[in-house]
Write a protein that binds this ligand. Structure first.
Ligand code: XMP
Length: 509
């Protein structure tokens, strides 16, 4: 299998580049920038990409690359910071500003004699974001693209197959970005582009069997996409030596617990459903602080899982549905830790397991979905929107009661049903109802009401780190509103949330 390595100089960039490479059916991995040339060589990559990053190459402590990388005979492609780093490391000069500052779209002229640009028009728009620029090229290099302000928008040393671009081919604003990456991967590195979901499946199953041997494994199934696909994959690899423990904390959406059970009952595994609603609600009684609620749910989840695991006689391995963005975001190399969500998937490591198996560790979300489909999980299951571990507890402001949960479940189900029926759901990343604990005066029939206010939230986002509120058609909102007030007792007012993230977050607590 062809492998391309991406050296990470800033997680946001490396993650997007990895996406774009895999979209071309070429397998790639992200390594910290500090990876030695020896580590790189051992992985036998067909090419190495140096990502962008927020530093200046000449700043004290700026992340560097092992100079021996350039002696391995492997093609190297530097993007933005990566491009400057190639120039800097090989004896060129990088300087600040110099009037060459560029942020945003830039009309760029390419040298079509160069293999990287031979298949794209001579001029097109690229996306720039740099203050520094390469003022002197290293020996053997030439400038192969320019903009009005930047004389070195791309550099190349064709003899050694070293290339760098000052702009970002991985972002969609760069008109021929995909074509450029393709030219590097296929024309320069000689990639075959034959990496598929089938390969992922076969390879993953082989790796699981090798690791687990004839041992047993335990998996905490939340019903979310990641743990579900991990379960399906493990089931295929080790069959009934897998036990899935599904803890129903009573904070699920309408019918969700039964849906999870129905999806997993037919698999040849041990499936254990733990009804822990009572236990969770008792511990949450009277608690109003959001962080406290999250903490309690996290702790209670671990405790419930531990108790059940003990009762079941333990297992050799603990399986987790960690996916690649989690790995990268947990601070690979120099990257900042972007999110530290309290995920109820964060399970104990010290209850006697030989180790942890993370079969989806190298996959992106859409690859996980494709794999789930390939394994035979129903589409409706695999295409699920993200649902937070703490469930409806963070969609009810303040204290959680059974009454509030029931009201929210009904209202949320109607909102989701109407969005799916109207086709609007396909354009959304996440959508749900939240129960504000505000009550207000209303009138229904001839009588006064004093009931809860419901908030509807629907967002679009690529990465869930920022999001915009979705412009849902008024007639759909109108239908949702009249259905909810007519069908759900306890709600007499409905608001549509028109804040993005930032300043708000997607969830309410
Ligand atoms: P926020 O509210 O931080 O949410 O804008 C971003 C995304 O993360 C999900 N989320 C969670 N997922 N455990 C999870 O598994 C959590 O504690 C948690 N909190 C938020 C949220 O649904 C959204 O997709």
């Amino acid at each position: 299998m062809d492998t391309v390595l991406i050296l990470d100089f800033g997680a946001q960039y490396s993650r997007l580049i990895a996406r774009r490479v895999r979209e071309q059916n070429v397998y790639c991995e992200v390594l910290p920038h500090s990876a030695s040339a020896e580590t790189i060589r051992e992985k036998s990559p067909i090419g190495v990409i140096l990502s962008g990053g927020p530093s200046s190459v000449y700043a004290p402590g700026a992340p560097q690359v092992d100079p021996a990388l350039f002696t391995l005979g492997i093609p190297v492609f530097g993007i933005c910071y990566g491009c400057q780093l190639i120039a800097y490391t090989l004896g060129g000069k990088v300087e600040p500003d110099g009037g060459a500052r560029e942020y945003g779209k830039a009309e760029t002229t390419f040298d079509r004699e160069d293999a990287l640009f031979s298949k794209i028009p001579e001029t097109s728009v690229t996306w720039m974001s740099h203050g520094d620029y390469i003022s002197r090229l290293p020996e053997g290099f030439r400038s192969v693209a320019t903009t009005d302000v930047c004389p070195t928008a791309a550099i190349a040393c064709e003899a050694k197959r070293f290339y760098g671009v000052q702009f970002h081919p991985e972002v969609r604003h760069t008109q021929y970005g995909s074509e450029l990456l393709r030219a590097f991967l296929f024309d320069i590195c000689g990639a075959k582009g034959d990496w598929t979901v089938g390969d992922i499946r076969g390879e993953a199953i082989r790796a699981i069997r090798e690791r687990v041997g004839d041992g047993t494994a335990l998996l905490a199934l939340s019903g979310g996409v990641d743990s579900s696909v991990a379960a399906a994959l493990m089931a295929e690899a080790i069959g009934d030596r897998l036990t899935c423990v599904f803890i129903d904390h009573g904070l699920m959406r309408k019918n969700e617990g039964d849906e999870v059970e129905a999806a997993f009952r037919p698999w040849p595994i041990r499936f254990v459903r733990v009804d822990a609603e009572e236990r969770f609600l008792n511990r949450l009684a009277g608690v109003t602080d959001p962080e406290r609620k999250r903490k309690i749910i996290g702790e209670e989840f671990i405790r419930t899982f531990e108790e059940k695991a003990k009762k079941l006689g333990g297992a050799d391995w603990l399986v987790q549905g960690t996916i690649y963005p989690d790995v990268i975001e947990s601070g690979l190399g120099s990257s900042a830790v972007i999110k530290s969500h309290h995920n109820v998937g964060g399970l104990p490591e010290d209850i006697g397991f030989k180790g942890i198996v993370e079969p989806l560790r190298m996959l992106f979300k859409d690859e996980v979905r494709a794999l789930g489909r390939d394994l035979g999980l129903p589409d409706a299951f695999v295409d699920r929107q993200p649902f937070p571990g703490p469930g409806l507890a963070i969609r009810i402001i303040g204290e959680i009661t059974r009454e509030k949960l029931d009201i929210l479940r009904e209202a949320d189900a109607i909102f989701r049903e109407e969005l799916i029926a109207s086709g609007v759901s396909k354009t959304l990343s996440q959508y749900f109802a939240a129960l504000t604990s505000m009550r207000s005066v209303g009138v229904m029939g001839d009588g006064r009401t004093y009931d809860y206010t419901l908030a509807l939230r629907a967002v679009r986002t690529d990465d869930f780190m920022t999001a915009e509120w979705a412009r849902i058609p008024y007639d759909v909102l109108d239908r949702v509103s009249s259905r909810i007030v007519n069908e759900v007792r306890g709600i007499n007012r409905i608001l549509y949330d028109i804040t993005g993230k930032p300043p708000a977050t997607i969830e309410y607590e």
